[in-house]
Write a protein that binds this ligand. Structure first.
Ligand code: COA
Length: 256
């Protein structure tokens, strides 16, 4: 199986890209696997979050599978690129948090996969890059759009135009990752803690926040959407419980 799905907690899914011999490079089968798995996970209303990682210790994902590029027809190239965009768009808009557990190289489509997730945690030895120009290409799975939004235009252009990698501590200081871990075990444990923390908040609020933070990227009027959504949430049973719990000096119980 090129993608493996496990539940590491009853409500937390771990999706592993499993092509360690090719540094988990994404071919059509892998991309379709991520798409199908996450489409199915979306139907699980008890899900608290997804962690995406790469098999082994060396790579998260070292990019799109270069070995398949020469065989692609114009139609195949278009279909693969569209599938990549659809898959990453689904992750970015997923109603519960999706966290990239970056356990090594995150290059090209791998860096773009991590950027499509809501949060990114990485091992200290991880390296990030958009090396496509070395092949006469550009980032093709949203990297030209998501990278400048995360790190700013100047740093994005630096990475995309030079193809140079940055190390994990630089990625942290640039805001490309949210936190670092010593090793893979600690990395996954840390992702679980982040998901559990977010799952303790109001689920409708979390879902709405993800939608609104993405609004401008989708060409929508996020300010007016925020007025509608915030006003609705104020009257929701979820906010009723949150406010009541605060006033009663106890922890809210959003999921009873
Ligand atoms: N597509 C297909 N195969 C890939 C790959 C990719 N993106 N990245 C690595 N591999 C394969 C290598 O071909 C090699 O296979 P082999 O053992 O059959 O020869 C195997 O993974 C191990 O990679 P290798 O290059 O030997 O490891 P390394 O430690 O010397 O270098 C990298 C690691 C990540 C620096 C190097 O593999 C690399 O530059 N990969 C391409 C990254 C890239 O350009 N990604 C964007 C693609 S659009």
């Amino acid at each position: 199986m090129v993608t493996i799905l496990e539940y590491i907690k009853p409500n937390i899914a771990l999706l592993t890209i499993n092509r360690p011999d090719a540094l988990n490079a994404i071919n059509t089968e892998v991309m379709q696997g991520i798409f199908d798995t996450c489409s199915a996970l979306k139907e699980n209303k008890d899900l608290h979050g997804i962690i995406i990682t790469g098999a082994g210790e060396k790579a998260f994902v070292a990019g799109a599978d270069i070995s398949g590029f020469q065989q692609l027809s114009a139609e195949d190239a278009r279909k693969l690129t569209q599938l990549g965009h659809d898959t990453y768009h689904m992750l970015e808009h997923f109603p519960v948090p999706v966290i990239a557990a970056v356990n090594g190289f995150a290059l090209g489509g791998g860096c773009e996969l991590a950027m499509a997730c809501h949060l990114r945690l990485a091992v200290n030895t991880a390296r990030f890059g958009q090396p496509e120009v070395n092949l006469g290409l550009i980032p093709g799975y949203g990297g030209t759009q998501r990278l400048p939004r995360l790190v700013g235009k100047g740093r994005a252009l630096q990475m995309i135009l030079t193809g140079d990698m940055i190390d994990a501590s630089t990625a942290l200081s640039w805001g490309l990752v949210n936190g670092l871990a010593e090793n893979k075990e600690e990395l996954i444990a840390s992702c679980v803690l982040w998901i559990e923390k977010i799952a303790s908040k109001g689920p409708s609020a979390i879902q709405a926040a993800i939608k609104l933070v993405n609004a401008a990227d989708d060409g929508l009027d996020g300010f007016s959407m925020e007025i509608d959504v915030f006003s609705d949430l104020l009257l929701s049973t979820e906010a009723e419980e949150g406010v009541k719990a605060f006033l009663e000096k106890r922890k809210p119980n959003f999921r009873s």
